[in-house]
Design a protein around this ligand. Structure first.
Ligand code: ADP
Ligand code: LRH
Length: 470
């Protein structure tokens, strides 16, 4: 058996096919990277799922033969299949507005407490449950979340991987099985939901047409197919006293627990209890993340991220800060204009240059990180000595330093490709090359360059800035 594994990792801003070699340590190479993002067609926002599938095949062709393949992606979104297994319509993007008001209607009919008690999930307008209720389900036989859909196209096998299923709002947080009574109470057909699979299970071999297309064949294994679950599995922590921030398009900030927290205070703070590998709970909250900066950059054609960050470092501290989680920032559109409007609404002068906007975004995100990490600690009772910041955001030195400063805790940054590491290490573990979660994390820690940021600067200034947002 070769010690090479392929990871397909679809992020909201880019997808990649990565190749990991565990023959002597843990080496990662990028076989193929391709852009991803929303596609608007008339009044609906979609993903280009067939385009993504084409790029995945190109990536697998470039990667060459491996022992097994794993697929992960962003959560909550899905494709609907008819009886024959054909895709019904093009998957809709979670930033689409068709779910407006649905969460409120469901809370009024079923009760927000009941929903939280069953699923343990934070309320986000785009949770799968709300999307399904806003969707036309006529003719739909099966709902597959995106990695399960890709897996179905690669192998012909139907299933629902459990870490991602935990983001639907329809998985029982205690039993980790489909919450059939809730599904039925909501009037959704229970038959839509495919049998659950655990990370590390063998799914099956590639379909003949797929193998012919890429020029080789290997089995597909389930991994922690929710990208955030894979990222948390690869956090290079050495004990339990850590918080994590999986920082890319979103910042997912919280702690890893052995059981859910379902208290009224936890629900009020909108903390989620998503499934991690090996029965762990990812107790976290979504912070709007680098989406804010991505959308600013889209509004400034020709701008360069590196140059912008350099200039942001020279801007006046705390000139303006916003709550990054204001719902107004969720959809695509003119981000600088929305930030300016939010500054005016809160009695602050809007930034006057791209560099000043970048500073405002990064300081605001660091404050969002601080609030989520502190609340996660308080609500779960978990002690935290270090914050691990992984994902593309770990390459942003300003954000790492300011997160350390704002939290008053050391930040260990990296790896940027934590999701991919989690993906391949679950495969390697299933193949018997790694023993357990602790060893997976130790392997990441010993093989990847990490950078430590100690809190510095003016702690009082961060307290004051945080107070401006509360
Ligand atoms: P996703 O998986 O959600 O697509 P990633 O984890 O790939 O997101 O992170 C993408 C983000 O990482 C980009 O929006 C960018 O802000 C940040 N990033 C990537 N590379 C760098 C870099 N060299 N310097 C600063 N930030 C970076
Ligand atoms: C990050 C992520 C996050 C979800 C969001 C939809 O990529 O999976 O965990 O909340 O996308």
């Amino acid at each position: 058996m070769s010690r090479r594994f392929a990871a397909v990792d679809l992020g909201a801003s880019s997808g990649r096919v990565m190749l990991a070699d565990l023959s002597g340590g843990l080496e990662l190479t990028e076989a193929h990277r391709f852009p991803n993002g929303p596609v608007r067609v008339a009044d609906r926002l979609h993903w280009d799922v067939l385009g993504l599938y084409r790029e995945i095949l190109a990536g697998l062709r470039a990667a060459g033969p491996v022992s097994s393949i794993g697929v992960d992606s962003w959560a909550v979104d899905y494709g609907l299949l008819d009886e024959s297994g054909a895709l019904l319509g093009n998957p809709v993007h979670y930033r689409d507005d068709r779910t407006r008001g649905v969460a409120e209607r469901v809370a009024a009919s079923v009760g927000a407490e009941t929903l939280y008690d069953v699923s343990g999930l934070q309320v986000l307008p785009f949770n799968t449950v709300y999307q399904l209720l806003a969707d036309r389900l006529d003719g739909a036989a099966t709902m597959l979340l995106i990695p399960d859909l890709i897996g179905y196209w690669l192998t012909g096998e139907l299933g629902a991987e459990v870490t991602n299923a935990s983001t639907t709002g329809l998985l029982d947080v205690r039993t980790r099985s489909w919450a059939t009574p809730l599904i039925e109470r909501l009037g959704l057909p229970a038959g839509l939901f495919a049998p659950l699979r655990q990370p590390g299970e063998m799914v099956g071999g590639l379909r003949r047409d797929v193998a012919a297309e890429i020029g080789w064949s290997a089995p597909l294994r389930t991994v922690a197919s929710h990208d955030t679950a894979s990222a948390v599995a690869a956090v290079p922590a050495s004990g339990p006293a850590f918080a994590y921030i999986s920082c890319g398009t979103w910042s997912l900030a919280g702690v890893e627990l052995t059981g859910p927290v379902l208290t009224p205070r936890s629900r009020a703070a909108n903390f989620t209890n998503e499934a991690g590998i090996d029965g762990t709970v990812r107790y976290l909250r979504n912070v709007m993340g680098l989406w804010l900066l991505q959308e600013c950059l889209r509004a400034w054609p020709g701008s360069d991220l590196g140059e912008l960050l350099k200039a942001a470092a020279g801007e006046r501290p705390f000139a303006a800060v916003v709550n990054p989680d204001e719902p107004v920032f969720l959809p695509p559109g003119d981000m600088p204009a929305r930030i300016a409007a939010e500054c005016r609404r809160t009695g602050q002068r809007p930034p006057s240059s791209p560099a000043a906007y970048a500073r405002c975004v990064l300081e605001s995100l660091a404050l969002g990180h601080r609030l989520a990490v502190r609340q996660a600690m308080e609500l779960s009772g978990r002690d935290v000595e270090v914050v691990h910041l992984v994902g593309g955001g770990s390459r942003n030195e300003l954000l790492c330093q300011w997160t350390a400063d704002a939290c008053g805790l050391p930040v260990v940054a990296g790896p940027a490709e934590a999701t991919t590491f989690g993906n391949v290490l679950v495969q390697a573990r299933a193949a018997g090359l790694v023993s357990d979660l602790a060893e997976m994390r130790a392997l990441v820690a010993s093989s990847q360059p990490l950078r430590r940021y100690e809190p510095e600067g003016d702690a009082r200034a961060w307290d004051e800035a945080a107070a401006r947002l509360s």
